[in-house]
Design a binder for this molecule. Structure first.
Ligand code: GCV
Length: 691
């Protein structure tokens, strides 16, 4: 199942001990139920338990459905034949909820007459129920348990792989990938060895992810052909993921009718173009009947799109949506559209405004099976940004929120940076004020999408602790209200289930000490107060304060001798604050009320400006940069406590990465502090050395 030299991530065999040592009955048929049975059987082979199917005929008096002899029943309902305990739970469920409450993916967990019972109304629910039991371990079999009904908050919980088929001359095999090469593609073709794909699907199912896109949103010539003559490669991947309930999506090029179909145009209103998409899509479904849909990056960073034909993005998205509709597919259309050839001298153009300006006039004009996929912040996955105002401005459009699990701007899997607290803040943000819906509520209709951080690295994610981000993404997509620290605790419990039982306390303590606050630590030693983009141009790793300051990318901080920050107010700046509903449009507009952590995103202020924290901006910059490095040094010290406690290879890998994190954090501290000291001439109030 798991290639030997590959880390088991959050599914080591020891995580199945509680299930594997029990007597289990699995009732139901179908591919995903077979997966459940196989998982339980594998655990039993290791831990001495047993797994049965229900008897072939209805129970008779001399052969009741043997309820009493099972510790665990996993059953698809309605079922003709259920052991007594499961039947009782089923009756109770129906009395309370009627049928259908569990939906396509939900499950019910109950404990009755010393039997743990998981019921689902569809096979995927049973699979998710099984992995829930894995998370619970022994506590799933405790004396009493409250009955729990679990359903995902949103239907689409997916990962987009920015994997190229060809090795791109600049971006490589995986664009913004920090975990080795692609698990799907290699040097221009599908990998001959796809053995990582099944185990990957299993890991995804175990954290709640149910779909992936197999290629980069930047669709180059070879990747475009995955839609047509290379479709068999996509089908091969889909076959391996199907047993885990993970559906495959494809990034497609808007220009495909021209580049692949030989048509003279890709104009979405052209009949020939519509027919081409319809036929290409019919063939996709003939080959992959459970295909999920298309993902499109159009008119963005050089990708073709409807603007080229004088058409709107609604016209563009709808032609693909119409082709997919007969088969139940969706088109995810990215809202990441902005001018990447901006003149830095032009202070009126604001990249933060772009998605809202382009897309909100189109609200209500997209087909039902179009999902507009919006990056969570208005710029580009910086360690701190406000929530994108698009998420509060398109009530008649299905919206998905896009997170970046791959750590392009958050340490590139060389730095520990547990991102779930950040995502959780975004998901809990209430654009219309505390009593209104949250971002998670908005995303429920469209989905949650993460850019994958996985590659063919033996630890899957390069930095072993970056696995926690992947796990937490899935868990938050399933239930955005989960506490990110509790999710981390789950991840630790599962991942290190194989450590000696007496070691579990120190493993948990140490990892929480290192990871709980690691995103804020990262924020401290990088760009301050929400200003963003002080990274090295191109690869986006390490500091370069002015690297993007005079570039065409629209990402500036405007530091001068007096102050720093971007004036995005309505009163004197770009007017971006006006894209928010109340109360935020006024909160962000006001330099007094704007939250400290976003101050420089919204305002240009003098270095002596006093924050709510009481500190001045310049002193805050110095203090956070010194503190950030101290915290990273403490992380490295803490990690040493786990030498000899966790797997030696994993320990060595994390140690090597922490060394680099300390080095890089010092570089950030020194460059940022020196830059602002030289600009402002204000010394550090605490007299520390600034180079
Ligand atoms: C896939 C950022 C990244 C690009 C990425 C783009 C996107 O600009 O640096 O590598 O392209 O976002 O999200 O499309």
């Amino acid at each position: 199942m798991q290639p030997n030299d590959v880390h088991a991530a959050w599914l080591p065999p020891e995580a199945f001990r509680a299930i594997g040592s029990r007597r289990t009955l699995v009732c139901g048929e179908g591919t995903l139920v077979d997966t459940v049975r196989a998982e339980v059987a594998r655990a039993c082979a290791r831990y001495g338990g047993s797994v049965d199917r229900p008897p072939p005929r209805p129970a008779s008096a001399d052969r009741p459905a043997a309820g009493a002899s099972y510790d665990l029943v996993l059953a698809l309902v309605p079922a003709a034949l259920l052991p007594v305990a499961a039947a009782a739970v089923d009756v109770g469920y129906r009395r309370r909820h009627g049928s259908g409450a569990l939906g396509e993916e939900g499950f019910l967990l109950a404990r009755h007459a010393e039997v743990t019972v998981v019921l689902a109304e569809a096979p995927a629910g049973l699979l998710y129920g099984l992995f829930h039991l894995v998370r619970l371990g022994e506590s799933a079999f405790g004396l009493t348990r409250p009955t729990e009904l679990h359903r995902p908050a949103t239907r689409l919980r997916m990962l987009d792989h920015w994997d190229n088929v060809d090795v791109h001359p600049v971006m490589g095999q995986v664009e913004r990938g920090y975990a080795g090469r692609s698990i799907f593609w290699r040097d221009g073709a599908r990998r001959a060895d796809l053995t990582r794909v099944g185990p990957y699907g299993r890991l995804l199912a175990a954290c709640g992810v149910n779909a992936i896109a197999v290629n980069n949103v930047n669709v180059h010539a070879t990747e475009a052909r995955l839609l047509t003559d290379r479709l068999g490669d996509v089908a091969a991947i889909a076959d391996l993921l199907r047993p885990y309930g993970v559906r495959v999506h494809l990034s497609v090029s808007f220009a495909a009718p021209v580049t692949l179909g030989g048509l003279p145009t890709a104009d979405p209103l052209d009949d020939g173009v519509r027919a081409w998409w319809a036929e290409a899509t019919r063939q996709v479904y003939e080959t992959i009947p459970d295909f999920g849909g298309y993902l499109v990056k159009a008119d963005s960073e050089g990708q073709p799109g409807p603007f080229g034909y004088g058409r709107s993005h609604a016209d563009g998205a709808n032609v693909l949506a119409d082709a997919l509709a007969p088969f139940g597919g969706v088109v995810r259309w990215r809202a990441f559209v902005y001018n990447h050839r901006q003149d830095w001298r032009d202070r009126s153009t604001d990249r933060a405004r772009a998605a809202y300006d382009h897309f909100t006039p189109l609200d209500g004009r997209f087909r039902d099976n179009v999902i507009l996929q919006v990056k969570h912040g208005p710029i580009d996955f910086q360690p701190r940004e406000p929530v994108s105002p698009v998420l509060a401005a398109m009530p008649d459009t299905r919206l998905a929120v896009e997170f970046q699990v791959t750590q392009e701007y958050t340490g590139q899997q060389r730095h520990v940076c547990y991102l779930a607290p950040w995502w959780s803040e975004v998901l809990g943000y209430a654009p219309w004020g505390d009593d209104g819906p949250t971002v998670a509520d908005v995303a429920a209709g469209g989905g949650l999408v993460g850019v994958s951080n996985v590659g063919d690295d033996p630890f899957w994610t390069g930095h072993p602790l970056a696995q926690a981000n992947l796990y937490a993404f899935g868990r938050l997509a399933w239930d955005p209200r989960l506490d990110p620290v509790a999710v981390l605790d789950e991840w630790i419990g599962l991942t290190f289930a194989g450590s000696a039982p007496d070691a579990s306390g120190i493993v948990r303590r140490t990892l929480h000490g290192i990871m709980d606050d690691s995103w804020r630590t990262y924020e401290r030693y990088t760009a301050p107060l929400g200003v963003g983009f002080m990274v090295r141009p191109g690869d986006h790793y390490g500091p370069d304060v002015d690297g993007y300051e005079y570039s065409p990318w629209g990402t500036y901080h405007f530091a001068d001798r007096d102050g720093v920050g971007v004036d995005r107010t309505r009163a004197s700046g770009t007017g971006f604050t006006g894209q928010y509903p109340q109360p935020w449009r006024d909160v962000y507009e006001s330099v007094e009320r704007c939250p400290d952590e976003l101050l420089l995103f919204f305002h240009h202020v003098p270095y002596g400006h006093r924050l709510h924290s009481g500190s001045t901006v310049i002193q805050h910059i110095y203090d956070t940069h010194f503190a950030g490095v101290e915290q990273v040094t403490a992380m490295r010290r803490r990690w040493e406590q786990l030498a000899g406690v966790v797997d030696a290879g994993l320990h060595a890998r994390v140690r090597e990465r922490l060394d680099e994190q300390v080095r890089c954090a010092e570089e950030w501290r020194d460059q940022v502090n020196a830059y602002f000291f030289r600009k402002s001439g204000v010394p550090d109030a605490r007299g520390r050395r600034i180079p």
